[in-house]
Design a protein around this ligand. Structure first.
Ligand SMILES: [Zn+2]
Length: 269
């Protein structure tokens, strides 16, 4: 899939990023950032915390009024077997990523749009990967140390997020470089160009592909619904040092679980 070697790619990376930034500026209104960037006045504590998101902007009313919000507590006894036709397939490979502190989380965004998943016969392109501490989804009431969200979008603008629950354990080699230099303050465009890392998102995924799938929302304002969620049943590990590196910047950036209401959660193997 690689068009040229990584060494050459690194040399031309600033130019590629510059071109991409120009391109992204022109399509900023359709880009998926799960509530980042311009809207920095919401947070996770006090009067700007999750209980108040709907009061902060008329566009955020789904945070209070939505009936299909995320995250949720997944009850394993209530899981419904998914149709095998609704399989999710990953088409990931190594590309350069920009590491950004966007004021709400650490986000790593691919330098091109060549990573994607196929879900229910639709192609969803990887937009960015970001992290929450503690994890947002819970399973039978159990919470996890962190959670990674791999955010994808299809040609119609629909969003599909792959969630990976993270438990403290061994050092995660896939995130070694990135978590070794997490930007402590909100990142400028100049910083982004100076900190590219090559990385294969496939290396983040648990070996066992069983997952929980349901229809939900963005877990950050504007909490838009219609998001296809696929949360891996198996956790991945990050070391205590890696988790602490993130915690030093974002000690709590998770939305509490929301009512499931009449939704079903499917188990896909
Ligand atoms: Zn998220």
């Amino acid at each position: 899939m690689r068009m040229y070697g990584l060494k050459n790619k690194k040399r031309y990376f600033p130019l590629i990023v510059a071109v991409l930034l120009l391109f992204q500026t022109s399509c900023a209104t359709t880009a998926v950032h799960e509530g980042q960037a311009e809207e920095n006045h919401w947070g996770y504590t006090g009067k700007t915390g999750p209980e108040y998101w709907h009061t902060l902007d008329p566009a955020y009313t789904a945070a209070r009024d939505g009936k299909a919000q995320s995250p949720v507590n997944i009850i394993t006894a209530d899981l419904v077997p998914a149709d095998t036709a609704e399989k999710l397939s990953f088409y990931y490979h190594t590309v350069y990523f920009k590491i950004e502190n966007n004021g709400h989380t650490i986000e790593i965004a691919p330098s091109d749009y060549s990573n994607y998943i196929i879900i229910d016969d639709s192609k969803f392109i990887l937009q960015q990967i970001h992290f929450h501490l503690p994890g947002e989804h819970t399973v039978d009431g159990k919470s996890f140390d962190m959670e990674a969200h791999l955010v994808h979008k299809n040609a119609e603008g629909a969003v599909a997020v792959v969630g990976i629950l993270i438990a403290q354990g061994r050092e995660n080699p896939a995130l070694k470089e990135t978590f070794g230099k997490l930007p402590k303050t909100i990142t400028s465009e100049e910083d982004l160009m100076e900190t590219p890392e090559s990385f294969n998102p496939e290396d983040l995924l648990p070996a066992e592909k069983a997952m929980y799938r349901y229809d939900g929302s963005l877990t950050t304002p504007p909490c838009t619904e219609g998001v296809k969620w696929s949360v891996f049943a198996r956790t991945i590990e990050l070391s205590e040092a890696q988790i602490n590196a993130f915690k030093a910047i974002y000690a709590g950036n998770s939305r509490p679980v929301q009512q499931l209401n009449d939704r079903k959660v499917y188990r896909a193997e």
